[in-house]
Design a protein around this ligand. Structure first.
Ligand SMILES: [Zn+2]
Length: 160
């Protein structure tokens, strides 16, 4: 089901291209757009206030948690090395190199772990492990897994 549009904010003219390229997930935390019930936002990686353009190469799809947290920030403190690191750039960094999901069945949460200075700075700056975010992530994680199982079961040829 397609998410309903934002009434409070005009849609970016390149929204359709950006969300399709992102496969309808937040390019920072990988939350699926369809579980938000509202279109995600087109984010400027280099903020317009700092000379960032509206080129596709400077745009990313971001959820309602990541986008306002990042806002005009381009670098933040890596809590491990205590040095500043550039934030994750969905256009030039690999998600799997910088970030990883960490499933915690004991408290039914999925946290995001930074694997390098950029990943750790991004997790902190974007508040990726806020209580509501880790709990919601647990829910959509298993919803997606169950949906994939359901589709593979219902598309199986009964004669096979
Ligand atoms: Zn996000």
């Amino acid at each position: 089901m397609a998410p309903v549009s934002n009434r409070d904010r005009p849609r970016h003219p390149l929204y359709a291209l950006v969300t399709e390229r992102a496969n309808h997930v937040c390019e920072y935390c990988l939350a699926p757009e369809e579980v938000a019930g509202k279109e995600f936002q087109v984010e400027h990686i280099v903020p317009r206030a700092r000379g960032g353009t509206d080129d596709l190469a400077n745009l990313a799809l971001a959820c309602h948690r990541c986008n306002p947290s990042k806002w005009a920030t381009q670098e933040a403190l890596d809590p491990q090395s205590q040095t500043r690191a550039p934030l994750f750039n969905p256009r030039s960094d690999s998600w799997d190199v910088c970030l990883a999901f960490e499933l915690n069945p004991a408290d039914e949460r999925v946290r995001i772990e930074g694997r390098n200075p950029t990943g750790r700075a991004t997790v902190e700056c974007l508040h990726m492990n806020a209580a509501h975010a880790t709990r919601a992530r647990w829910k959509w994680f298993f919803h997606d897994a169950l949906e994939a199982l359901f589709h593979s079961a219902t598309s199986r040829d009964p004669e096979a």
